[in-house]
Design a binder for this molecule. Structure first.
Ligand SMILES: Nc1nc2c(c(=O)[nH]1)N[C@H]1C(S)=C(S)[C@@H](COP(=O)(O)O)O[C@H]1N2
Ligand SMILES: [Mo]
Length: 199
């Protein structure tokens, strides 16, 4: 490999090839929220999958915690240019919920308790690429980072990982979410630097 940036020697070997263009690595975990952090006690929490014809299925907190769990360790990339390597989550693969419903939809909209939405192709949240996460680094997910539960979709910019998520809505057509309607890229692949509409 070529030059190492000052300050990153040592670790830069381990992380070579893992930093998308225009990003810098950070060890901190910044909080980015469009509004105030909602307070959602797990006793009032539920997660609802809604089909394109309006049918729905819901899981209570205890039902969700009884589903098969995974512990992915993944790199995350924020459109504000920080990347954090080897973040460790625990949660339910979205496949487990989506397998519970027949659908002809090609898209999903993630909807959150704070009113936030974000849209994704269905194929980007299936086949082990996305989780409903309730723990970070061995502890219950903190409210500022989306607790009690958030999406983790590490292969796309982190705005797609809805915090305080309350459900997924399956849609036949692509319906731009909060940031996607405000200038952010519809898809958001960090490796292709899809930050804004013009990218
Ligand atoms: N519900 C909700 N989810 C959200 C947001 C938000 O404002 N509300 N911000 C998004 C953005 S822009 C980013 S970069 C990440 C930030 O997650 P963090 O605060 O845990 O770093 O959450 C995403 N999910
Ligand atoms: Mo963001």
């Amino acid at each position: 490999m070529g030059d190492l940036s000052p300050g990153f020697h040592g670790k830069s070997h381990a992380f070579a090839g893992r930093l998308p263009p225009g990003q810098y690595p950070t060890e901190s975990f910044p909080v980015l929220s469009a509004g105030p952090t909602p307070d959602i006690p797990t006793g009032r929490w539920s997660f609802t999958l809604t089909g394109e014809a309006g049918e729905s299925r819901s899981w209570s907190w205890d039902e969700m915690m009884a589903l098969p769990q995974e512990e992915p360790t993944v790199d995350i990339h924020c459109v504000t240019r920080w990347s954090k390597f080897d973040t460790r989550w625990r949660g339910v693969p979205l496949d487990v919920f989506l397998d519970a419903m027949e659908t002809a939809a090609d898209f999903v909209v993630a909807e959150s308790f704070d009113g936030y939405t974000t849209n994704l192709p269905l194929e980007d949240v299936t086949d082990g690429k996305a989780w409903l996460a309730h723990s970070f680094d061995g502890f219950a997910l903190s409210p500022d980072h989306g607790g009690p539960a958030r999406l983790v979709i590490p292969h796309l910019y982190f705005w797609k990982s809805a915090k305080w998520v309350k459900g997924l809505r399956l849609t036949l057509d692509n319906e731009p979410g909060f940031w996607e309607s405000a200038g952010y890229h519809d898809y958001g692949d960090p490796w292709r630097e899809q930050r804004y509409w013009s990218d």
